[in-house]
Ligand binder design. Sequence first.
Ligand code: ZN
Length: 281
Amino acid sequence: MRKSKNIVVSLILVLLIVVFVSKALQESYLKITSEQAIPWKVNNIFVHSKSVEKSEKKDDKLKIDKKVSTGEIKRKIIVIDPGHANKSNLDKEPIEPNSRSMKIKDGGGAEGVLSKTPEYLVNMQVALKLRTILEERGYIVKMTKAENSKSLGNVERAEIANKENADLAIRIHADSSDNSSVNGASMLIPAPINENTKLIYDKSSKYGKIILDRLVKDVGMQNRGLSERKDMTGFNWSKVPVVLVEMGFLSNAEEDKLLSSTEYQNKLAKALADGIDLALQ
Ligand SMILES: [Zn+2]
């Protein structure tokens, strides 16, 4: 009986030990798993927050890229070159780099057949309006000149745009013809004839076409097309894309009248700005 009592006590002890050990093991297991769980969760949150951060950064980059592409951040540089001055400049300059062939700097512009408005005035008025619109749209705009009295040679004009490393130089002119019925707009672009113009030909031609198409469509003019020119000093010295717009004929009575009107000039400037936007986007 005593022996059996001892056995019972031993069994109870063993049972207690088993229960105790198993509980201890369970607790330690829980402790381990909970400790493992916490860093895992923390890590998870951390990883998650990192990926949120990453995607936010990605979104920001997309926004920045968009702003860059729209010119809001890396703003595009446009040089506006209003043609002629209130006096001609008969000095000569080389028609292209390393050339002995000389050409007059500025033979003077056209004149309104009825209004007698000089071309330089129309060119300057539209150029200044275009500058305002482009600046409002975030472009960096540099004028080759803003004074009617300033007479520049065409090498000088080209070198202003070269120095600015302009995305586009746009030269503003109005046309003239012996035939008073001729009307409409055209776009002159450099022909690929030298080291400079070969490099800028593609862009000049692409931009010129886009801007001209927009201009004639918005203003309602006849499209006289693109004209490649080998003989223009201001093109041959240019290292940046360059176009010259002829905004209509001062020798045509109807266009002469329109070209002096503020409302029409606003239309021209806006259409040119829209064309530049389209071309450079
Ligand atoms: Zn002109």
